[in-house]
Unconditional design. Structure first.
Length: 135
């Protein structure tokens, strides 16, 4: 296995607009420990900052379709070299939202690092679920 693509999905017992707000409403996003620093315009900077303003990730917004899709690059620390492209897709049916996450890495990871990254995705989507269902 090449360990270059991480995919995960979660069903969230909340309507799409609440799940979407976890990503796009800074006051709600802060419940995940920070907020997205972006103007939501394709081709512009896209990063995640901690509540104290420290930058955790940086990249470029590649695609943005309200209540449907967010895709952005992720740069290696302190560079503009792309290390991955992340995609979040949102689908709603009968008040339940399916949130799918995908990370396409530019270089394969060793098994332990890949497993840690996969677990991080599960944890992140679990946080979105917890926050959205409490709204």
């Amino acid at each position: 296995m090449e360990n270059k693509i991480i995919e995960t999905a979660i069903e969230i017992n909340a309507p799409l607009n609440k799940v979407w707000s976890v990503f796009t409403d800074p006051e709600i996003t802060k419940q995940m420990g920070g907020y997205y620093d972006t103007d939501w315009k394709i081709g512009h900077s896209f990063g995640f900052k901690k509540a104290d303003g420290n930058i955790l990730t940086n990249g470029t917004l590649l695609d943005f379709q309200p209540e449907r899709l967010i895709r952005h690059s992720l740069f290696e620390p302190n560079t503009e070299t792309i290390m991955a492209v992340l995609t979040y897709e949102f689908l709603e049916k009968d008040g339940v939202t399916l949130l799918m996450g995908k990370e396409e890495l530019t270089h394969p990871l060793d098994k332990a690092t890949f497993d840690d990254a996969s677990a991080g995705w599960v944890s992140a989507l679990d946080s979105v679920k917890r926050i959205a269902e409490a709204l």
